[in-house]
Write a protein that binds this ligand. Structure first.
Ligand code: COA
Ligand code: AMP
Length: 681
């Protein structure tokens, strides 16, 4: 890919006014394409201003989902039109667009090229850590994706095979996702901050035929040897991939390749010819994305292809108010669902320019980085996590660094992933000088469940503490333990009445039983979000907390049980509890309360150090696990369950009630004292 330092906006303007026919594909393989009834632009105009306020749009989506999503699906190009929009006959599984065939990579790349937008910028890689700014046009992206698809096929990857991607924030990671989608294979992308052990668990579970990785990733204080981490993970894993393709980053020494397994990305790409888009069925998985739950075993959320493309396309205008051709930036990581949906798929499906940023909000090189990126790339809409904004606020409270940047194109900043405190929210509105809108998400949903719908004319200044209103398609309700709706304004469990809308997960990879029991077992007919929250009379929703043992660290979901497994792995610990402690920067950070085996001769400090290293080696640095506290006992119920939630409430100074089944309540006093001694409370 060549560097393009061009007058991007001027060029886009020229292309937009070229008035090419919208569906002028010549490619013979696309002759059966299903064309929209209305050109997409017209659909959007109608839905946005005249017919549809938010309330009307939401009502229609719930009362008549087939009509609503059938219309939305016209914005996607199908190889074969669906037989029906919705098959709801086998709840809780919902089939969207059965009979339909499409290819997500075609919709995200090729069709834009065929419609005359090949020279528009698809991706901007802004990497302060490698001092590179690279712009890639849709045409260039198409060539790369097509070639990598060819490479994958030549290495034996077929329709339905898994391809695991373990890469830093470089455009090649997006190329890898799209190339996998192009041939109807399924990608499983693993976040770079996970250690080899977590990676090996995912390799074992997804059983990828091929793995795509890179030589190194660049963190501000060090380089991460991705290849070494990958080699270790494959060594630990029972499943062995047939081939690994390694992208060598140009400024760094090349990775050592294993004969008959590893291939150099540049070498294989230089010989590749290209591969057409393969039609896949609407319900075929586009990707697996592992996320944490109550047990230590990660859950492989399966994303169905058709509904995903339809829903994500719909959101770009109706929620985020983006117009095709504008620059969009989701400052997250491709390893998380936000990255999958809003760094890669949604902006490309909608023909926006997507920014992929390889750096931190602060320290690469200073706290004005976000403002510089918005300014340099004319970003019109942005999405990030509150924790990143807290970091900027802390380092640049008065705007000394960022005030120098004008951000004349920016219209809205969206946040999600964790609670956004008022101080951060208020500061952001001042600093970015645009509405800052909180919205609520999960890996399982794939897109927001509650949001402010800017494209539907929603209020741009909702009161603090709410995460918007239920998004069309999502019938959000707040209920008590008997699944009875609670009064508006009352805290309860957030559930979603079935059917779930297009784009939400279709199952858990190779675990349909767990999918059904975990998400639909407690409240039959509803999806259990495992979040607690409040529904207000004016339809706004606020999210309060997870009700399971998931710890949200800087917007990342970490299972308490996987931390505990790593703590015990150190060797001297007989039992432990990982609990979240409030943190000014990351929202929460985990700490470990550890009970020692008898007759351990090491000091507590030595043990704590080893425990911290064990978590780092097993789970990864991203867990930000920095404190292990030795105690003599843990509060346990008569059935032996450790009550993490009450301990966490106590540690965080929140009201809590000791469950009557706790055997020895003095354990709370000891933990309280230990936390005080360590100045943690
Ligand atoms: N590859 C390898 N290691 C990684 C990594 C990656 N992709 N991402 C993070 N890490 C490592 C870091 O190097 C760090 O290691 P260290 O303990 O040796 O310093 C550790 O994981 C924690 O990193 P991080 O979470 O980035 O914390 P930080 O203290 O370095 O920075 C913030 C704090 C707030 C700047 C940072 O957490 C941040 O940018 N958060 C935004 C998160 C986000 O976008 N979430 C979106 C979910 S929607
Ligand atoms: P993940 O699946 O990693 O995206 O994490 C999803 C979880 O993050 C949700 O279940 C919530 O607990 C939390 N979360 C996401 N968005 C918000 C938000 N806007 N406010 C509060 N918590 C949120």
């Amino acid at each position: 890919m060549r560097l393009l330092y061009i007058a991007q906006r001027a060029q886009q303007q020229r292309l937009l006014t070229k008035a090419l026919p919208r569906f002028s594909q010549q490619n013979h393989s696309l002759s059966q394409l299903h064309r929209p009834v209305l050109p997409p632009a017209t659909c959007k105009l109608i839905s946005r201003r005249s017919l549809c306020s938010y309330t009307e749009t939401h009502r229609r989506s719930i009362e008549n989902p087939e009509e609503f999503w059938g219309e939305a699906a016209e914005n996607v190009t199908w190889f074969k039109k669906w037989d029906r929009v919705l098959d709801n006959s086998n709840q809780p599984s919902t089939k969207w667009f059965p009979g339909g065939e499409l290819n997500t990579a075609y919709n995200a790349v090729d069709r834009h090229v065929e419609q005359g937008f090949g020279e528009s910028i698809a991706i901007i890689h802004d990497s302060p850590v490698s001092e590179v700014v690279e712009k890639i046009t849709y045409k260039e992206l198409q060539e790369e994706v097509s070639k990598l698809a060819d490479v994958l096929v030549s290495l034996g990857v077929q329709y339905g095979d898994r391809v695991l991607i373990y890469m830093p924030m470089i455009p090649q990671a997006i190329v890898a996702m799209l190339a996998t989608a192009r041939i109807g294979a399924i990608h499983a992308l693993v976040f770079g901050g996970f250690a080899s052990k977590e990676l090996s668990v995912r390799i074992n579970h997804a059983k990828p035929k091929a793995i795509l990785s890179a030589s190194v990733g660049i963190e501000p204080n060090r380089t991460i040897d991705y290849k070494e981490l990958l080699d270790k993970a494959i060594e630990m894993s029972e499943h062995k991939p047939k081939s690994c393709i390694i992208y060598n980053r140009h400024q760094f020494p090349s990775a050592t390749l294993l004969a008959n397994r590893d291939y150099c990305w540049d070498d294989v790409m230089s010989k590749a010819k290209g591969h057409d888009c393969v039609p896949v069925k609407a319900m075929d998985p586009l990707y697996l994305l592992y996320t944490s739950g109550t047990t230590g075993t990660p859950k492989g959320v399966v994303r169905p292809s058709g509904g995903h493309a339809v829903a994500l396309y719909w959101t770009m205008k109706n929620i985020y108010d983006m117009n095709p051709g504008e620059a969009w930036w989701a400052a997250s990581d491709l390893g998380w669902v936000v990255g999958h949906s809003y760094i890669c798929y949604a902006p490309l499906l909608h023909r926006n320019t997507t920014v992929i940023y390889e750096g931190k909000p602060v320290g690469t090189t200073d706290p004005s980085a976000f403002f510089r990126v918005i300014h340099d790339h004319d970003v019109a809409g942005m999405f990030t996590a509150p924790t990143a904004l807290r970091a900027i606020h802390k380092d640049d409270p008065t705007g000394e660094f960022h005030n120098k940047y004008e951000m004349k194109n920016l219209r809205t900043l969206f946040v999600a992933g964790e609670l956004c405190d008022r101080e951060t929210m208020d500061w952001c509105k001042e600093a970015f000088k645009v509405p800052v809108l909180d919205h609520w998400w999960q890996t399982e949903s794939g897109w927001s469940i509650t949001a402010s719908h800017v494209g539907l004319g929603d209020d741009l200044h909702p009161r603090h503490g709410v995460t918007g209103k239920p998004v069309p398609g999502w019938d959000v309700q707040v209920v008590d333990k008997d699944c009875k709706k609670v009064e508006p304004g009352t805290l309860g469990r957030i559930v979603v009445k079935l059917p779930l809308p297009p784009g939400s997960m279709s199952t858990l990879w190779e675990n349909e039983e767990k999918f059904q029991n975990l998400y639909f077992g407690s409240f039959p007919g509803y999806y259990d979000s495992m979040d607690a929250g409040i529904y207000y009379k004016d339809d706004y929703v606020s999210i309060q907390a997870r009700v399971d043992d998931v710890i949200n660290v800087a917007g990342h979901r970490i299972a308490a049980s996987s931390l505990e497994e790593a703590i015990v792995h150190q060797g001297d610990i007989v039992e432990c509890a990982a609990i979240p402690l409030k943190d000014k920067l990351k929202g929460h950070v985990p700490i470990g309360l550890c009970v020692l085996k008898p007759n351990i001769q090491k000091t507590n400090a030595e043990i704590a150090k080893e425990v911290i290293q064990s978590v780092r080696d097993s789970v990864g640095p991203v867990a930000a696990f920095k404190k292990a506290i030795i105690v003599s006992k843990l509060p346990k119920t008569r059935s032996g369950k450790i009550s993490r939630q009450t301990v966490a409430a106590m540690a965080n100074g929140e009201p809590f009630k000791i469950p009557p089944t706790i055997e020895d309540a003095t354990a709370y006093d000891e933990i309280h004292l230990a936390l005080k001694e360590q100045h943690l409370i």
